[in-house]
Design a protein around this ligand. Structure first.
Ligand code: SF4
Length: 349
């Protein structure tokens, strides 16, 4: 264990090392891994934590990913599409509350994609012009030539999760979608001057080796933000009866990402365990809180479409209080902008 951590700290970690750490089962060893992850995180970022709000602005989608509640074939569920004005208002609420970034997420909604992605681009540029908060765009897979337009509309980030780097599993989950095209998304985004986020899901049929490979490949791709989330079975989907993992595998993945890629942003999502999962994820080395949702706005989450949203437990004030109780502080938005400027790809496209 110490040998592996030592090798990793010299930047010489391998997939075998990641696999060994992801295989840990003794609670004392796992705690040692978390301790190292905290040490590495604190050395890079101190006790400041960045905060992202979540605006899921269209839950329509043309795709049929087997794990997703919003897959097209899940026909009877209520869906919505927010107007540009509504998105501006929601992003404004996040900014006023001191949240650092608005994550504008949608399914692959044909209405948003029509006329050269007109409404998607209008939504991003309205948030930039009228709100002025940092923006992450999570609009699904785009043609290569669109990334420049997304950057010019005002997005800072482009997020697109590969979920797994096991091609076979990917193809069984993301039905009729191209593995290589989705992989290319992140690179094309960075070429266009956007920061990029990649993510893995735990519990989709992958083994420990797959998880280790996914962590190493996500990090090596150069994405400035990388994440792991536990799969939560969704009603009405082909995977609704899958037995979900407990949180430990996700926590180990967060810690392994942290020790192998110390300078990356690594989120803890409130979307899996709600506010209850915040403490454990921070203790595993995360340094961003994502999926903060304003309550009473009829907005959905991704992994759990209702968890803690309407009761306000994912609200800004509550998250900030919990953070302070844990000895962290939420970063000011000016600090976040400064951080982004120091990491932004130059962009050659
Ligand atoms: S994961 Fe995304 S692309 Fe796939 S069905 Fe759900 S919303 Fe659509």
């Amino acid at each position: 264990m110490e040998e592996i951590l030592d090798r990793i700290s010299r930047g010489e970690g391998t997939v075998d090392d990641a696999e060994a750490l992801m295989s840990l089962s003794d609670p004392a060893d796992i705690e040692r891994l978390f301790e190292e992850a905290r040490r590495v995180r604190d050395a890079q970022f101190g006790n400041r934590v960045f905060t992202y709000g979540f605006v899921y602005f269209s839950t329509y989608c043309k795709n049929n990913c087997t794990f997703c509640y919003y897959r097209r074939a899940n026909g009877d569920i209520p869906r919505y599409r927010k107007s540009v004005e509504e998105v501006v208002q929601l992003a404004g609420n996040l900014k006023d509350a001191g949240i650092n970034l608005a994550d504008l997420t949608m399914g692959e909604d044909p209405v948003m994609y029509a006329d050269g992605y007109k409404r998607l681009l209008e939504t991003i540029s309205a948030v930039r012009d009228e709100v002025g908060i940092s923006i992450m765009a999570s609009p699904g897979a785009l043609p290569r030539e669109m990334f420049k337009a997304v950057r010019e509309a005002g997005a800072d980030w482009y997020a697109c999760y590969q979920e797994t780097y096991n091609r076979e599993i990917f193809e069984s989950l993301r039905v009729n979608q191209s593995y290589d095209d989705r992989l290319g998304q992140k690179t094309w985004a960075m070429e266009a001057g956007l920061l990029a986020e990649d993510g893995m899901m735990i519990g989709l049929g992958e083994n420990i080796r797959d998880r280790a490979e996914t962590i190493v490949r996500m990090g090596n791709l150069g994405c400035q933000q990388i994440r792991a989330m536990t799969f939560v079975p969704q009603e009405g989907t082909p995977m609704q009866d899958n037995v979900p993992y407990g949180p430990t595998e996700e926590l180990k993945a967060i810690a392994v990402m942290r020790v192998m890629f110390p300078d990356r942003l690594i989120p803890c999502s409130l979307d899996v365990e709600g506010i209850a999962g915040l403490k454990t994820r921070l203790a595993a080395g995360a340094n961003v809180i994502t999926s903060i949702v304003p309550p009473n706005r009829n907005l959905a989450g991704v992994a759990q479409h209702e968890l803690d949203i309407e009761n306000g437990n994912r609200s800004v004030e509550h998250v900030f209080e919990v953070l302070e109780d844990l000895g962290y502080r939420h970063a000011r938005s000016s600090e976040y902008v400064e951080f982004l400027d120091s990491r932004r790809p130059r962009g050659d496209a």
